[in-house]
Design a protein. Sequence first.
Length: 186
Amino acid sequence: MSAASYSRTSRPRTDRVSYGRSSAGRSSAASGYRGARYVSSSLAEELSFEEAPSISVVPGAGRRAQSEGISAAALSLAKACAVICIVIALIAMARVAITSAAASCALETRSLQTSIETARAEGNELEVSQSVLANPSRIKAQATALGMAAPAPEYSEQITLSPDIVATDGAGSLSLSESVARMKGL
């Protein structure tokens, strides 16, 4: 087949293949790609170039070139945000720990207050019971009910103690010399 059989007319079409600068080719010319398409060799020989194709070398770092991902400023900002989030999380955890410790102390304090109130109430009840039980008229009534009575005066004796031999001086301190003198006098 010849190149003429590919088109609707017998004349080859050159408007589809453009190597010059057209409206579509301007953006592709800036990137280096000129939009070449498959063209049969006979048709390619008949085409004329308006201008010679140019090849330009762009110096670069090759494989070591930085990817067009995140810029350094954005990466620094992301790291700063991550650090701030971690600090906020640590502060929140510390606050929760302090709040739970305070709540625990409050519960323990309330428990102690309840125990103190209970102990005071029991102490008051014991004081009332002790005053009722220590009442002399009640004791006398209980003793009489049990057949107990006070001893008669003839059964009681007086015990006479000898004078104390330990002597003190005017300041209230013990005096050994006076104590020895009292002991000799006995």
